[in-house]
Design a protein around this ligand. Structure first.
Ligand code: SF4
Length: 284
């Protein structure tokens, strides 16, 4: 059993605007409820931070990177190779980039496993295989190397119940100040928040249908309200940026959350949702 060893979850950022690492927060919630220790390392790419990451990886059982097809990719690749070279720690890549190009990613010597699409369940199953030293041949969405070549298991199961993953307490492991920003003039502590996953539409330029098979899943309204009220009380947030891919999939749900929370807000909406009624409700 390795439950007392930490799983290091990493996201490296090169862009100006840094949102909370919700993907990693969901994974951390799954790890915690399965008895694993975790640490989230979410930092901008600087020499100092990359050195710190290498140090933190020393006592990790595995290191998992959330990987996107952005300029951060080179830093992720080099860090993976360095950790692998120094400590021989298993390296897992997940996220959009790993999902799109599993075989290509696995060809690199710094990548041992990839997890495609939603990782909450696959990661736990993969860790159990690593603990027992068995091949993850039955773990959905996992790719790995075998003597005879690369094997990628089909992803089979989209998560239905998002409320199973309560990431509220994960905030206490992060420095929330990094994610609070001034917006709408006088408000200084606006936090990006997520309340659902996926989108039922199929815009040709969007990752959604490939990643989530056009399945939109939501947290229950009460679940969301409880989480945001906790953020209001504990961290004094004074505005919200709803960063759901499609908050208004069920119009009334999005507005119910906004109205019950009662804080100034920003959200994106698909252009064909904007009716007069929608605009009036958004204005109020
Ligand atoms: S509506 Fe938005 S989130 Fe949905 S598929 Fe189109 S671009 Fe993607």
């Amino acid at each position: 059993m390795v439950r007392n060893k930490k799983i290091l979850l990493v996201k490296l950022e090169d862009n100006y605007q840094v949102y909370p690492p919700y993907g990693l927060m969901y994974l951390a919630s799954a790890l915690k409820s399965n008895g694993y220790e975790f640490e989230i390392f979410h930092e901008r790419i600087t020499r100092k931070n990359l050195n710190l990451l290498i140090k933190k990886a020393k006592d990790a059982f595995v290191v998992g990177f959330s990987v996107t097809t952005t300029p951060s990719l080179m830093a992720v690749l080099k860090s993976s190779q360095e950790i692998k070279r120094k400590y021989k720690t298993p390296i897992i890549w997940g996220g959009c980039h790993a999902t799109m190009l599993p075989e290509i990613n696995l060809k690199d010597k710094g990548v041992d496993f990839i997890i495609m699409k939603e990782g909450e369940e696959s990661l736990i199953q993969l860790l159990k295989c690593l603990e027992s030293g068995i091949e993850p041949k039955d773990v959905p969405g996992v790719g790995y190397k075998k003597k005879e070549g690369i094997k990628v298991n089909q992803f089979t199961k989209i998560i239905d119940n998002l409320d199973k993953y309560n990431y509220d307490f994960i905030w206490d492991y992060l420095d929330i100040k990094k994610y609070l920003s001034p917006r709408f003039g006088k408000y200084r502590r606006v936090l990006p928040v997520i309340t659902s996953r996926g989108c039922p539409h199929d815009c040709y330029f969007c990752y959604n249908s490939f990643m989530y098979n056009r399945k939109w899943r939501k947290h229950n309204v009460e679940f969301v309200i409880k989480g945001i009220n906790r953020l209001k009380e504990k961290y004094n947030i004074d505005g919200i940026y709803y960063i759901d891919d499609n908050l208004f999939t069920i119009n009334d749900r999005g507005f119910k959350i906004i109205e019950k929370i009662g804080l100034p807000w920003i959200a994106q909406a698909r252009a064909d949702y904007i009716t007069e009624k929608f605009a009036k409700r958004a204005r109020n």
